[in-house]
Design a binder for this molecule. Structure first.
Ligand SMILES: NC(=O)c1ccc[n+]([C@@H]2O[C@H](COP(=O)([O-])OP(=O)(O)OC[C@H]3O[C@@H](n4cnc5c(N)ncnc54)[C@H](OP(=O)(O)O)[C@@H]3O)[C@@H](O)[C@H]2O)c1
Length: 244
């Protein structure tokens, strides 16, 4: 798929990996939709001024079905279509399983998995009509190999993989592709919050011995959007952490 002049909706793009993905698409000439639960600031929109593309902000909570539908409708009435959806927004709420409550579990599932479901559901009808579209879901290496204290997060990210493969099979004949990236340890607010001691442990598990950058993840997302014969796949971008 040619990226230039396509309309790309990146959920959770006010900072971190999502913001990096939005910049990479804009750099390549795509119009981008920025999203987060909080209001999209003028300062954030101004970051995109030099790309000569359309940039709009729609705030809303992807875990709420009505918000997801409203946001997709808003973008379609403003830009005409959503050609590429990147389900990036996600949260963590770490606790050891023995201390994890049902509410702790549900909170993460509701945003990371149901949120992607809501956005995909809202975008599929218009994509089906257009007989083209690319959906890229942001999972995690934790969804592939698990992690201590992240049973909720791992379940949501592993669930996203099964979800993506199922939808990929359903919509492939309609010209819509669904793929997954599984980032490892990437620079962001999410990883900044990890205590230094823990970071050293994680670095010890990365063969490349460094943290990844949002722009490195963004390049893989763009590749998945562009490549027309690729669907239902999971690409780990993790400095060699998983190698499966
Ligand atoms: N950082 C890593 O090392 C790493 C590794 C593997 C996978 N990932 C995955 O990559 C994605 C991005 O991670 P990140 O580290 O960049 O996170 P981050 O810096 O914490 O940013 C999260 C983004 O998601 C938005 N968001 C959160 N809940 C939302 C909701 N319910 N509806 C709409 N937007 C919401 C946030 O905006 P508001 O706060 O305004 O809502 C923010 O823009 C996540 O899915 C994460 O699980 C990250």
């Amino acid at each position: 798929m040619e990226i230039k002049e396509k309309n790309v909706f990146v959920t959770g793009s006010t900072r971190g990996i999502g913001l990096g993905i939005a910049h990479e698409f804009a750099r390549l000439g795509a119009n981008v939709v920025l999203n987060g639960r909080s209001a999209i600031s003028e300062e954030l929109l101004a970051q995109f001024a030099d790309y000569s593309v359309k940039v709009i902000g729609v705030s809303g909570d992807i875990s709420q079905e009505t918000d997801a539908k409203r946001m997709i409708d808003e973008v379609i009435s403003e830009l005409g279509s959503v050609d590429i959806l990147v389900n990036n927004a996600g949260i963590t709420n770490d606790k050891l399983m023995l201390k994890m409550t049902e509410a702790d579990f549900e909170k993460v599932l509701k945003i990371n998995l149901t949120g992607a479901f809501n956005m995909t559901q809202a975008v599929l009808k218009p994509m089906t009509k257009a007989r083209q579209g690319a959906i890229i879901n942001v999972s995690s290496v934790v969804g592939l190999i698990g992690n201590v204290g992240q049973a909720n997060y791992a379940a949501s990210k592993a669930g996203l993989i099964g979800f993506s493969k199922s939808v990929a099979k359903e919509v492939a004949a309609r010209g819509i592709r669904v793929n997954v990236i599984a980032p490892g340890f990437i620079e962001s607010d999410m990883t900044d919050a990890i205590p230094e001691k823990m970071k050293d442990v994680i670095l010890g598990q990365i063969p490349m011995k460094r943290i990844g950058k949002p722009e490195e993840v963004a390049q893989v997302v763009v590749f998945l959007a562009q490549q027309e014969y690729l669907t239902g796949q999971v690409i780990a971008i993790d400095g060699g952490m998983t190698m499966i």
